[in-house]
Design a protein around this ligand. Sequence first.
Ligand code: SF4
Ligand code: SF4
Length: 245
Amino acid sequence: MENQETQNSQQTSQQTSLFDELNKDYRFREGFHTCINCGTCTAICPAAEFYCYDPRQIVTIVQTKDDEKIEELLKSDKIWYCGECMSCVTRCPRKNGPGLVIMALRDLSIRLGYFVESEKGRQMLPLTHALTGNILNYGYCVYPRSFKWEDHKESGPVFKWHLEHLEKSMQRLGANFEGEGPGVLRKIPQEALDELKAIFDVTGGTERIKHVEEWSKKKAEEMGMTLEAYEKMAFEYCSNKHFNL
Ligand code: SF4
Ligand code: SF4
């Protein structure tokens, strides 16, 4: 833990303040103005209904411009609860966007390697592999071929059967599964996949994947685990401290 903490603080000390770093992000500049602490964002927020989460509190912390508090936030589970639905943006009387502020916080947390310090943050590794892997390899965010029933036993025996008889099942559902031409779940041409990769490259997505993998590898080493075991733990473990029970 100490090694990671040291590396992180060394990295931040070479940079401008965390608030200034956030301010470089256009989403932050767009979503952060003076907050009057009215709590309207929290009242409308669907994530606050289920998680121990309060977008008003996030904006309040950022507003302090206190690096210590912001660093604590970047290392916490709190920044990973938001569903980025942007309902808060429509209601804030000061035209703030806590959801946009969250996007900038997440980006910075990944860049500086703080995300590996929280349970929800560590889930970025399996999520990145599953979702961006599907997008880059197949052109879909969720793709049946990469869905392992053993990892989702809660989906039950019918879904197990569906996965074991994917072609037949998809045909009956009217999909053009992995076929040429138009239709649901059609094969995405390589040319389009190459374009997707180029979009990831120019928008910073590829770099972000690299950050997630590199920091996760360091954290796994620090925890004395192989990267595979670390990823499995991040995917499977979920404490109940996150929920409004
Ligand atoms: S709705 Fe806007 S002003 Fe009110 S607490 Fe949320 S961010 Fe602050
Ligand atoms: S964008 Fe995030 S913080 Fe805003 S309402 Fe949606 S879940 Fe809540």
